[in-house]
Design a protein around this ligand. Structure first.
Ligand code: GCU
Length: 127
């Protein structure tokens, strides 16, 4: 399928804020996860058929500490402790691809911070 962007600022954010103070984001901003374990972003995505998809997460982490995320799909853990290491500075965005098995039609993809630092700043996912 043609890749579709799902902006973090349009997703459901729990313990996080939509911000735009670091350049280089796409859309209207990015999500700054609160610096707490359990902060999360949940996207609703639509795919044409069931299967394994490359979900491309665009993020920045201006610290030197990893900010891992647990990914769940439709409520079940899909990928645990996926690392989002430092990118050098907050305006330096990069991508990390996570494989996820999705159902045909709508799916909920949730990315939950697992450490007290919270998640990286997340711009969008693309799949
Ligand atoms: C800084 C930065 C934020 C970032 C935060 C963090 O405040 O400006 O964009 O989210 O650090 O450590 O999470």
């Amino acid at each position: 399928n043609n890749p579709v962007d799902y902006q973090a600022e349009d997703a459901t954010v729990v313990r996080g804020a939509v911000e735009s103070n670091h350049a280089g984001f796409t859309g209207s901003g990015f999500v700054n996860y609160d610096n707490v374990a359990g902060s999360s972003v949940e996207w609703t995505v639509t795919v044409p058929s069931a299967g394994t998809y490359d979900v491309v997460v665009r993020y920045a982490n201006g610290t030197s500490a990893d900010r891992p995320l647990d990914f769940s799909v439709n409520g079940s853990i899909s990928a645990s402790g996926v690392g989002f290491g430092g990118t050098g500075a907050w305006p330096n965005w990069t991508t990390r691809t996570v494989k996820m098995t999705l159902a045909a039609g709508q799916n909920k993809i949730k990315a939950v911070a697992t450490t007290a630092n919270g998640g990286p700043n997340v711009d969008k996912i693309t799949l």
